[in-house]
Design a binder for this molecule. Structure first.
Ligand code: IMP
Length: 408
């Protein structure tokens, strides 16, 4: 069985925790997109792991994890991460693999990323990891894939220092290389999780272009870049938070007003630990944007939603969610493509009652406070998509499963 898990907002929805949780029942985890721009935090007991490139299932001793064909891999960052895992007792030998169709991020891409960003009158707010450059090189057919590393003919167009760099890492990278489609075919009876990076609204095609990342963050990426075809995906899960966050620039209609709601923003930032795992940047915060979430469900065929960070709202008397936009005085109930429209969009907010109770130890959905269930029921109705899993804390066990995605 094959399940795809994507972020349904602007990234940082808690995918890492959910993939880690669902990986208990999987044998293989394939991350299909992005690079070291991503950051996942996984908490196991007193230990906290920050992962950027290695798929979240790596913390289980028996799971095979694969960096998929759509990823752009910075070898230094990858081997640093693997060394960190090893130093903390995680043995990754013979179970971390890389698709030989994945591309490399060369050191000069990072420099070019920073220079291009500095030259933009309206910066995107990139992570500076060379991600956009690696995808541009791929699209212009000047990229370097793992499969090219031992093919001298493929390297002739590179600069001398690129070749030196490649020679330095080639042996270690090729030791992990696999032909992903054959590998998955040979393990077709396994349970496989396809892990997205970033979020639906940062997807190059469906996101808030140009304020997006450059990879395929949506569910389609699992098929295009995960080594299987679209009809082999059994289910798509979309992970979202009880509220919204965004890092970097770009429109964010339900963002808190920095004057009237600055204390609420700081409260959510501190309670939800909303600081970038990769860059340490404080995340922009706002109420849940249901217009955007419904759009994410639609363009990604999300079968079921996973709600995270519900516990962050535990102490609020009430809160709101965005149910429509007003643009130039007109009511808009869909997510527009125009950045100008999104930037101007005023959120139409609906109020919800808070529950004033800690939900962290709740394990059965029926035991959640009535107000929390009312919020969830509204989301389900608005998005026409069930919320099958609710996360109420950082740890694996802080999870309420109403319906396991692994049941057919
Ligand atoms: P890039 O991916 O570094 O090119 O950055 C493009 C945009 O995507 C910036 O606004 C980043 O902050 C954002 N971004 C990239 N990766 C992530 C992520 O994993 N979580 C949230 N935002 C991200």
């Amino acid at each position: 069985m094959n399940i795809t898990v994507i972020g349904a907002q602007w990234g940082d929805e808690g995918k890492g925790k959910i993939v880690d949780y669902l990986a208990a029942d999987a044998q293989i985890i394939v991350r299909f997109s992005g690079g070291a721009n991503a950051g996942h935090t996984i908490v196991i007991g007193n230990e906290q792991f920050a992962l950027h490139l290695v798929p979240s299932g790596v913390l289980y001793p028996d799971k095979r994890v694969i960096l998929g064909s759509g990823m752009v891999i910075d070898p230094e960052a990858l081997f640093d991460e693997l060394a960190m895992l090893e130093s903390r007792g995680i043995n990754w030998n013979d179970r971390v693999f890389i698709s030989d169709r994945a591309h490399l991020v060369l050191p000069r891409y990072r420099e070019m990323d920073r220079q291009m960003e500095a030259a933009r009158k309206r910066p995107i707010g990139t992570t500076g990891r060379g991600i956009g450059l690696a995808y541009s090189m791929k699209a212009s057919r000047d990229g370097v894939r793992l499969a090219d590393l031992s093919d001298e003919d493929r390297l002739v167009n590179l600069e001398e220092k690129d070749i030196e760099y490649i020679k330095k890492w080639r042996g270690r990278l090729l030791a992990l290389a696999i032909d992903l489609p054959s590998f998955l075919y040979n393990h077709k009876n396994n349970y496989t999780l396809f892990e997205g990076a970033q979020g639906a609204l940062l997807d190059l095609d469906s996101g808030t272009y140009p304020f997006v990342s450059s990879g395929m963050s949506g569910a389609a990426g699992a098929a295009a870049q995960g080594g299987i075809g679209p009809r082999k995906i059994d289910r798509v899960l979309g992970v979202f938070k009880a509220y919204s966050t965004r890092v970097g620039n770009g429109p964010f209609p339900s963002e808190f007003d920095e004057h009237s709601q600055s204390s609420l923003c700081q409260f959510i930032r501190d309670t939800g630990r909303e600081y970038g795992v990769t860059t340490g940047r404080p995340r922009r915060c706002g109420y849940l944007d249901l217009v955007a979430l419904r759009y994410a469900c639609l363009v990604n065929s999300i079968d079921s939603l996973v709600l995270t960070h519900l516990d962050v709202y535990d102490t609020l008397d009430d809160f709101e969610a965005c149910v429509a936009y007003k643009v130039n005085g007109k009511l808009l109930e869909y997510f527009p493509a125009g950045i100008g429209d999104l930037a101007k969009a005023e959120p139409v907010l609906r109020k919800f009652k808070g529950w004033n109770k800690a939900v962290k130890h709740t394990r059965a959905y029926e035991e959640l406070p009535m107000e929390a269930r009312e919020y969830i029921a509204f989301i389900e109705e608005y998005c026409e998509t069930p919320v099958d899993i609710v996360s109420v804390g950082y740890e694996r066990s802080d999870t309420i499963v109403r319906k396991s995605p692994w049941t057919r």
